[in-house]
Ligand binder design. Structure first.
Ligand code: KIV
Ligand code: ZN
Length: 388
């Protein structure tokens, strides 16, 4: 069965870099951009060129070196922003301008002190102006998650007429439930005249821990682009995590939807971004966290040692992790101890294992984890004769 491809739009260098303390210098951005290109990302949002001369330069240099991906720059619905973004994107083989405006009642009232008709006018003129510089123009309806669907559909229709190629439907505040976000995408698919001319894009924030679920709901309902970041970094609680959406689609092939990502580079890319941004990956982070393929309770360890599939839904090698780990703690059983002892050079008989296990429990009750050095010490102090 041929699969539908969802475009992966990576915004690590724009929405991700907005995280306090995560600022990158130009060289770091270039290294990350090169890696994203190798990873198979379809669009790299390289920055917000009007925001500072440093960001302008970074976008300009990234546009020069990216070989495969489209390079994108963010703007507000402001002429000067669009001109500066167009200038920064000049060296790109395939440039995209990402322009937009807030569409929810609260944005219209408090941010713009405006009204719905004037917002549509500004949206249309921003897209039309961006089209004078580049062919590929993405429009974002900021706070679309809290925008009423009827008005959102009117905005979408107007910007498609003005030439928008992609419609970004951001859940800027991470408010929506998956059903609600999915229904919003479905509503737009069914009610916007000309929708076949544009790609619908999910851009979800994680304030309620639902960014990934919302993006997948969007895709199931017809969106064909996901905006995401490595490790899910981003404003406040972050953005949709790239590695999660990629592996969700790959682990559920019956959906008939995949991405162009080389998943074997996911773990390394996650480590690289974490290192450059100085932002640790939480150990229990799905796919790339230190514990994502670590088993520590006796029941699970026994199963995984017999057959990995008992407690793992994906092969760690698929995401670039060498192998699953069997962590020894006071909750571990004999199977795990025998397995780890063998790895450090001891082939224990059943009787020996019983003796060593009692000694192991005394150690394990005092420590968070038993490491290889401890295993030697435990076996030595067990007073058993090991054949070498
Ligand atoms: O979250 C958001 O609405 C954004 C837009 C600027 C695309 O990041
Ligand atoms: Zn965002």
């Amino acid at each position: 069965m041929s699969k539908d491809i969802v475009q992966i739009f990576d915004t690590t260098l724009r929405d991700g870099e907005q995280v306090p303390g995560c600022k990158l210098d130009k060289e770091q951005k270039l290294v990350i951009a090169r890696r994203l290109d190798d990873l198979g990302v379809d669009i790299i949002e390289a920055g917000f060129p009007i925001s500072s001369p440093g960001d302008f330069n970074a976008v300009f240099e990234i546009a020069k070196i990216v070989k495969n991906a489209t390079v994108c720059g963010l703007t507000r619905a402001v002429k000067k922003d669009i001109e500066v973004a167009a200038e920064a994107l000049k060296p790109a083989k395939t440039p995209r301008i990402h322009t937009g405006i807030g569409t929810s009642d609260s944005h219209i009232r408090y941010k713009f002190n405006s009204n719905k008709e004037a917002i549509i006018e500004r949206a249309v003129s921003a897209v039309s102006y961006a089209k004078t510089f580049v062919e590929d123009v993405e429009f974002y309806a900021e706070d679309a998650g809290r925008t009423d669907n009827e008005f959102l559909a009117r905005v979408c229709e107007a910007v498609i007429k003005a030439g928008a190629t992609v419609l970004n439907i951001p859940d800027t505040t991470g408010y929506c439930l998956p059903e609600e976000y999915g229904a919003k995408i479905k509503y737009l698919k069914e009610n916007v005249t000309g929708i076949h001319k544009a790609v619908l894009s999910c851009h979800c924030h994680n304030d309620l821990g639902l960014a990934t679920a919302n993006s997948i709901a969007g895709v199931i309902n017809g969106a064909r682009q996901i905006e995401c970041t490595i490790n899910g970094i981003g404003e406040r609680a972050g953005n949709t995590s790239l590695e999660e959406v990629v592996m969700i689609l790959r682990q559920h092939p019956y959906l008939g939807i995949d991405t162009n990502i080389n998943s074997k580079l996911l773990y390394d890319t996650s480590q690289m971004v974490s290192d450059k941004m100085g932002m640790l990956v939480q150990p229990n982070k799905a796919i790339v966290g230190a514990n994502a393929f670590a088993h520590s309770s006796g029941i699970h360890q026994d199963g995984v040692i017999k057959n990995r599939e008992t407690y793992e839904i994906m092969d760690p090698a698929e995401v670039g992790v060498n192998e699953s780990s069997i962590v020894l703690t006071a909750r571990s059983g004999r199977a795990a101890l025998a397995y780890r002892a063998k790895k450090v050079g001891y082939e224990l008989t059943k009787v020996q294992l019983d003796i060593v296990y009692q000694e192991f429990l005394k150690y394990a009750d005092q420590q968070k984890e038993i490491v290889d050095g401890d295993i030697h010490e435990i076996i030595e102090s067990s007073n058993i004769k090991i054949e070498s």
